[in-house]
Structures are given as C-alpha cells and as structure tokens.
Ligand binder design. Structure first.
Ligand SMILES: C[S@@+](CC[C@H](N)C(=O)[O-])C[C@H]1O[C@@H](n2cnc3c(N)ncnc32)[C@H](O)[C@@H]1O
Length: 251
C-alpha cells in the first residue's frame, strides 16, 4: 500500500503560517557550510523558505532553492522577493554539473518519488568533495514524536510506509557514488500551548488519518492542555555524505 502524495498546492498557506525552523538543524547546516567555506548552497524542497532565509542570513552564502510546488514558492516570494528560487523537483535539478558546495533538504525526502534519480542529480551538481545532507526522521524518530505520534497514534503506521529508512537512504546514496556517509541527531523539547497548526492540519501526516482520528487527537491535546503546556519533542536524523574529490570524481 502506498500513501497518497501530499497536496502542497492546497497546504501552502497553512504550512507557511505555522511551520518554523528547528534550531538544531540550522546550527548543524550552518556549521558544516562554514567549515567547508561553502559559497553556493542549494536547498531542495525549500517550501515556504524558513530554512533558506535563516541559513542564507547566518552564512552569508548564496542559497538557491527549488521546489515542485509553485504555491509553496509563492509563499516564499511574498516574504523574500529577492530569493533565487525555481519550480523544479529534486529528481531534475535545473543547474549545470558541479554548481554547489552544499546541498540540503529538510523534511522532503519522504516526498521524493524517485530517490535514485534524486541522488544521481545531487552527485552531478555537487562540486568535488561537496556536502549533501538529508534531514529526515528515522524509524525511532517517528515513534518518539510529540505530539504527532503521542496524540495522533494512527499517523505512525502511515509514516512508517512513507519514510525511507536510514539504511535504505544509505544504499541509495552509495549507488549514486556519494561517499563518507554518517549520521547526526538533533532533539528539542519545548512547551506547546498553541495547537492551531495541528487543528488546521499544517502537517502532512494529519492528512493521512481519518477526520475521526484527527478529532480524537485534538481532544487528547485539549485535555492535556487543560493541565498546562504539553512538553513537545521535535527530533531529526541528519544523514550526511560527500561527493568524491577531484581525483576520483568522473568527468
Ligand atoms: C514538509 S515540506 C518542507 C519544506 C521546507 N523544507 C521546510 O522544512 O520548511 C515538504 C516540501 O517538499 C516539497 N517536495 C515534494 N516533492 C518533492 C520533490 N520530488 N523534490 C523536491 N521537493 C519536493 C513540497 O512541495 C514541500 O514544499
């Protein structure tokens, strides 16, 4: 059974209104960009531009974005009219070979239909020794999400079908010729008081469960909130890789 694709054309306004960056993800990517003295960065699936804006601001580097949803890029352009963004999927990156020092994606890889094509494109447009990082949820991350999994437990089975495992991603990256694979993790606890984004389904997993399941989750949240803020947990796995260096990269 495959999960239905998320309709970001319809979800764009709610997404832009409610979703924010994870500070740990920003810190990891900014540190890697600075360490590599990266000049040209590509964000795949930049959506409404949360990460593109913050990472561009902190690194001072050129950060280009692509996303197949014109509605998501409209949200981005409304806030960042000067941003260099193009409607395109990760499977067909509209840039010449060896254009970027660092390519990143956040919360996107489970939406990419042909990941082998995507990682081949990454290997093509990365400069020698350039860095790729895929920010995603491991199987364990999915199970530990609060409030998505804790309060909407029916999301978990859908998410397990949607998300490629870290092992699968490693195999796909290796097939594409990417090397030096490693993982890092970020985790953040914060007091949740505003559930408008959950009510309005600003999270694609809430579109995979039934309306009754969603309503039960909202009722659980309301009952817990009556006792004070909910201790929410946001966590990610970052899967890193590199293009081979000049001596070994094919031309
Ligand atoms: C959960 S949103 C993440 C947006 C942004 N990265 C962020 O974290 O705020 C997923 C994004 O992936 C985009 N997307 C879907 N399929 C894609 C593909 N094949 N290649 C690149 N991006 C894709 C969607 O349009 C959407 O903007």
């Amino acid at each position: 059974m495959t999960e239905p694709a998320t309709n970001y054309q319809a979800l764009a306004a709610e997404y832009a209104r409610h979703r924010r960056v994870h500070p740990g993800v920003v810190e990891e990517i900014v540190t890697a960009a600075r360490r590599a003295a990266a000049v040209d960065l590509l964000e795949v699936g930049c959506g409404s531009g949360n990460y593109l804006e913050v990472i561009g601001g902190l690194t001072g580097a050129r950060v280009v974005g692509i996303d197949p949803s014109s509605a998501m890029l409209d949200q981005l352009r409304a806030r960042l009219p000067e941003a260099e963004v193009t409607v395109a999927p990760g499977e067909a990156i509209p840039f010449p070979d060896r254009s970027f020092d660092l390519i990143y994606s956040v919360d996107v890889i489970h939406h990419v239909k042909d990941r082998d094509a995507y990682f081949r494109e990454v290997a093509r447009v990365l400069r020698p020794s350039g860095t790729i990082v895929t920010v995603t949820d491991s199987e364990e991350d999915l199970a530990r999400r609060v409030p998505l999994t804790s309060h909407f437990p029916e999301t978990l089975a859908h998410e397990r079908r949607r998300y490629p495992t870290i092992g699968t991603l490693r195999d796909e990256m290796t097939r594409a010729g990417l090397i030096d694979l490693r993982e890092s993790n970020v985790e953040l606890s914060y007091p949740l008081t505003d559930i408008a984004g959950l009510r309005n389904k600003a999270y694609s997993s809430l579109h995979l469960i039934t309306d009754e399941e969603h309503a039960r989750g909202i009722a659980r949240l309301e009952a817990d909130l009556a006792n004070g803020p909910i201790e929410a947990r946001s966590l990610y796995t970052l899967l890193w890789g590199r293009a081979p260096n000049e001596d070994t990269q094919s031309v």
